[in-house]
Design a binder for this molecule. Structure first.
Ligand code: 5GP
Ligand code: MN
Length: 336
């Protein structure tokens, strides 16, 4: 991490700190934010957590979740917190464009000290304090290491450990991808502290309601298209689907991964018609880089095997475009 010693010294004195994470916060965004929140509070700081948009229901059980401010709902309180803070932590994102209006506001605060902790490729935030590690499974894994780097491992209590475990479990798909020996050592450390992995998994993964499960059935039965030639699966959801199933944020979490359950499918696209944009969620197996596809054609990015992007050209046109660009990546898509 850049300027760690300087940051360590500055954090010895109580500060006003705002922790931010990305739009549509996932388990890693909220886990890393709340883990750092509890740690900084323990160290005497005044801390607020703010997200651009609401978090999904499956993380609402986490201690501290009820105190999170949402910029879409309370922009003035969020901007006041940002304005009054000595440090703004940017967790689980590496470009201010990922936090929309909140990013514009942060950018307008010229004197602000930003601390970026993130595991995505190609960081694009100007800051004196940057900890970036694309090979890390999750930002949560990095928060565990960050607390150790500050020399405070004993501050990690059960709440912090379970918040960290949440992001690790969601970003690795329960240890299916991005695992390293270091990650398993981190997890061993969390379990030794007392984190209850069974409880956390149950809270996160067995929290669907009937509507969500029926929506999954609808996606697989009526909205799935398989393109054998490119070993690719697509699920596209219309605005009408959103209305009929009353789809809320988080309801579609994880649906894209079902496409990869087919042995011969190596690339998956979940394409949804949102109020103002069409959003793409891309996943792949092995050496196929959906990050390349998202960056080149859909103004997006992310990781090699999990990326996203968006388009303003409508659902049908976006699905059509996605299919039309597949030949360009034929070698990569069919190599496995
Ligand atoms: P998801 O499909 O779960 O929304 O996102 C998967 C990954 O792709 C995440 O790591 C996220 O950071 C990245 N991602 C999703 N949407 C976008 C986007 O619009 N722009 C960029 N740069 N990355 C995205
Ligand atoms: Mn992450």
């Amino acid at each position: 991490m850049t300027n760690l010693l300087q940051l360590q010294e500055l954090l010895n004195i109580p500060k006003d700190i705002t922790i931010t994470s990305h739009r549509n916060p996932d388990g890693d965004a909220i886990g890393s934010s709340l883990a750092l929140y509890h740690f900084l509070i323990k160290n005497g700081h005044h801390v607020k957590v703010i997200f651009p948009s609401e978090y999904p229901a499956f993380v609402a059980w986490m201690p501290g979740a009820d105190k999170i401010l949402i910029h879409d709902i309370e922009p003035d309180d969020c901007e006041a917190a940002l304005k009054n803070s000595d440090f703004i932590f940017c967790l689980d994102y590496n470009s201010l464009s990922r936090v929309d209006k909140m990013g514009d506001y942060i950018e307008s605060l010229e004197e602000k000290e930003l601390v970026m902790i993130d595991h995505h490729l190609y960081p694009d935030i100007q800051s004196d304090y940057i900890y970036t590690k694309p090979e890390a499974s999750s930002t949560c894994e990095m928060i565990y290491d960050f607390i150790h780097m500050l020399g405070k491992p004993l501050d990690i209590d059960i709440d912090i450990a379970e918040a960290i475990l949440t992001g690790i479990l969601t970003d690795t798909g329960s240890f299916k991808y991005n695992t390293t020996s270091h990650l398993f050592k981190v997890v061993a450390g969390l379990i030794e502290i007392g984190a209850d992995d069974y409880k956390v998994q149950d809270l996160i993964f067995n929290s669907m309601n009937e509507k969500q499960l029926r929506l999954l059935g609808h996606c697989l039965t009526n909205r799935m298209e398989i393109i054998d030639e490119y070993k690719t699966g697509i699920i596209a959801l219309t605005r009408k689907d959103y209305e009929f199933y009353d789809i809320q944020r988080g309801d579609t979490e994880g649906i894209v991964n079902f496409l990869l359950k087919m042995k011969h499918i190596k690339t998956a696209a979940f394409i949804t018609e949102q109020p103002t944009v069409v959003k793409l969620s891309l996943r792949s197996k092995g050496d196929i880089s959906v990050q390349e596809i998202a960056t080149k054609h859909f103004k997006g990015g992310g990781h090699k095997n999990a990326s996203g992007g968006y388009s303003f050209s409508g659902l049908r046109a976006t699905v059509k475009k996605f299919k039309e660009i597949l030949p360009e990546f034929k070698e990569m898509l069919t190599s496995e």
